[in-house]
Design a protein around this ligand. Structure first.
Ligand code: NAD
Length: 499
């Protein structure tokens, strides 16, 4: 990638266009503040144009055979594979994800392209016998219309791919607002679909801010489906507005994910897992390990090594392979994370490492925050209950398996959870009792695979799942067909009854 700033326009219909009012905003690197690009700042007028374009494209796209829709995704997968490193560089630059993880983010989208593309040859319905002779019943999946997609910055390619690709294969058309903090890598992902032959108007992108573009997508009468990933308060607002308009809505929101470590666990494995889960992507994952619930003497046997290893993690440029932890996405986010740590210390938690803004001159130009461990965090305290979305691990002690499960479940969220133990009975009991959409055994809370459902319970979601086979239900309308080939009037519930 060259160092000259990018120009990002909306993509409406077949062309890249500026905002109707000409407005733009600056995209700056969280690593050093350098200018990454100028981005069109959309408004309700641009959303209106994009929705009109998506509506106009719907008839042709929805009538394209689903296997042919899937073939576009296969071609895009080849392009995305070829462009993976270049897009990863843009991602690292715009939102600070380490190169290795940025490549992983894009690989998730490639995997989803192959899965979703092949779903074009399935989109299964059901058949069932009729209660009458010479009659059958079956179901079909039909596209719904224009889907409004609103996404967060922390997975700028993978998360949009979980929504956009199944929606496309199902025959819908789309208006997407990428996150304002990371619009560039997402736009390059969309470009692979256009270059692979996605017809004009099927996927439209409008850049900009949540209250301007996002809110206009939500309130537009022609976006019949809304799919959102982001914070719980914003998701709640989208559900309120969209719910009043009877839209179909899928929400993927925050998490406060626990790892339970039992005394019988392989503690070396658990320490590796907790460090990766808590500090990978600088803790900016919805599935990040935010709480370590250490049972019995597991606490004393692992805490010192955890602290030593967290202290040794190297903050730095996400493009440098020696970096363990990149920057946080923005100054505001770093201030928010630091506020949680300061209040937890004031509340009596024991700061074991991190918790200070870096003084190193090389890091002063960016929004770095060190890997931070707070021990002795009280049950029910702010740090025990709230999503931080940064490299901060709250350590809570439990005296038994039952108490650990109770602690794990007492937060409002339910995205991911994990238990480390060698006891298979205990592991299976935890799988049943942990209130989360995803549970890992002997692995950290992060690491979803594209072909399994992803999503959470409680305040994390509203019951839908992305990934795997789950979203095809969400992005289609079910039609039931009764096919009577008897040539006579047959009356269900009447003509097959003698009594
Ligand atoms: P956010 O809710 O502030 O923003 C997410 C998106 O919503 C952005 O595109 C934003 O512009 C838009 N938005 C903001 N206000 C809006 C409004 N009033 N109307 C419509 N759209 C609006 O979230 P964030 O802080 O950028 O992202 C971090 C959050 O995302 C965390 O809570 C994290 O857990 C969550 N997340 C969840 C998942 C998941 O799959 N469960 C995945 C990634 C991130």
């Amino acid at each position: 990638m060259t160092d000259s700033p990018l120009t990002l326009l909306h993509h409406i219909g077949a062309t890249d266009v500026p905002s109707d009012n000409g407005a733009t905003f600056e995209l700056r690197s969280p690593t050093n503040g350098s200018l990454v690009g100028h981005v069109a700042r959309g408004s309700a007028v641009d959303v209106d144009r994009a929705v009109a374009s998506a509506r106009a494209a719907f008839t042709r796209w929805s009538n394209t055979p689903a296997p042919a829709r899937g073939e576009v995704l296969f071609r895009a997968a080849a392009l995305l594979t070829a462009r993976k490193d270049a897009i990863a560089e843009v991602m690292a630059k715009e939102m600070g994800k380490r190169m290795e993880e940025a490549r992983g983010d894009i690989q998730e989208a490639i995997d989803t392209m192959f899965y979703a593309g092949s779903e074009g040859r399935r989109l299964f319905g059901h058949t069932a016998p009729s209660e009458l002779n010479d009659k059958m019943g079956f179901t079909l999946r039909r596209p719904i219309g224009v889907v409004g997609v609103i996404t967060a910055w922390n997975f700028p390619v993978a998360v949009p791919s979980w929504k956009i690709l199944p929606a496309l294969v199902c025959g819908n058309t789309i208006v997407w607002k990428p996150a304002e903090e990371a619009p560039a890598s997402g736009a390059l992902f969309a470009q692979t679909l256009w270059d692979a032959g996605l017809p004009p108007g099927v996927l439209n992108v409008v850049h900009g801010f949540g209250e301007e573009v996002g809110a206009a997508i939500v309130a537009h009468p022609d976006t019949k489906v809304l799919t959102f990933t982001g914070s719980t308060p914003v998701g709640r607002g989208i559900a309120e507005t969209g719910g009043r308009m009877l839209k179909r809505i899928s929400l993927e929101m925050g998490g406060k994910n626990p790892v339970i470590v039992m005394p019988d666990a392989d503690l070396g494995l658990a320490i590796d897992g907790v460090l990766w889960g808590a500090f990978g992507t600088a803790g900016q994952r919805c599935t990040a390990t935010s709480r370590l619930i250490a049972v019995g003497d597991a606490h004393g046997r692992m805490i010192d090594e955890l602290v030593v290893r967290a202290k040794a993690m190297r903050m730095g440029d996400p493009m440098d392979p020696a970096t363990d932890v990149g920057p946080l996405v923005s100054e505001a986010q770093r201030g928010r994370v630091h506020g949680f740590v300061e209040r937890a210390v004031a509340d009596g938690a024991h700061l074991r490492c991190g918790g200070q803004l870096p003084s190193d001159a090389a890091l002063r130009g960016g929004w770095f925050y060190p890997s931070t461990i707070l021990d002795g965090v009280k049950r029910g305290s702010e740090l025990a209950m709230s999503e931080v979305f940064g490299p901060v691990l709250a350590v809570i002690q439990a005296s038994s398996f039952d108490e650990a499960i109770e602690i794990a479940n007492e937060v409002p969220y339910g995205l991911s959870s994990s238990i480390y133990t060698r006891d298979v009975n205990q592991a299976m009991r935890a799988v049943h009792r942990l209130q989360s959409g995803i549970t890992y055994v002997n692995a950290p809370t992060i690491g979803a695979e594209a072909h399994f459902p992803f999503g959470g319970t409680k305040d994390t979601g509203n019951g839908h799942r992305e990934g795997g086979w789950a979203p095809y239900e969400f992005f289609t309308e079910l039609k039931t067909v009764y096919f009577d080939y008897s040539g006579t009037l047959q009356r269900a519930q009447i003509d097959n009854r003698e009594d």
